[in-house]
Design a protein around this ligand. Structure first.
Ligand SMILES: [Zn+2]
Length: 106
């Protein structure tokens, strides 16, 4: 079975623009291609292949919240966003990933 995100993590397919910007034991973070969205949109991907929150380990579930706090702080600081939208759809690729989209005051 091939999975686009697992392939990305193994380095076998196109890497995200600028490469991964954060990695820890459970998570990897990269930019979403700017030409397909707005600048500052990022994607958080689980290292392990699973679908959604119901399949997270305790460690993945608790580290997720801590990482989100860091991501929101970084996005707001870098993009001067007033709000950050987060979106977990997992359509297309059955591997956990979440989108974070900065929304400026205007
Ligand atoms: Zn996968």
């Amino acid at each position: 079975m091939s999975c686009f995100i697992c392939e990305k993590h193994s380095g076998n397919t196109n890497q995200p623009p600028g490469g991964y910007i954060y990695e820890d034991e459970y998570w990897m973070v990269c930019h979403f291609p700017a030409q397909q969205s707005i600048l500052g949109r990022i994607v958080l991907e689980s290292k392990r292949h699973f679908l959604d929150f119901s399949q997270m380990t305790e460690e993945e579930a608790s580290s997720y919240g801590v990482l989100l706090k860091k991501l929101y702080s970084a996005i707001k600081e870098v993009t001067e966003a007033e709000r950050v939208y987060s979106l977990v759809t997992i359509d297309g690729v059955p591997h956990f990933h979440a989108h974070f989209i900065p929304r400026k005051s205007d």
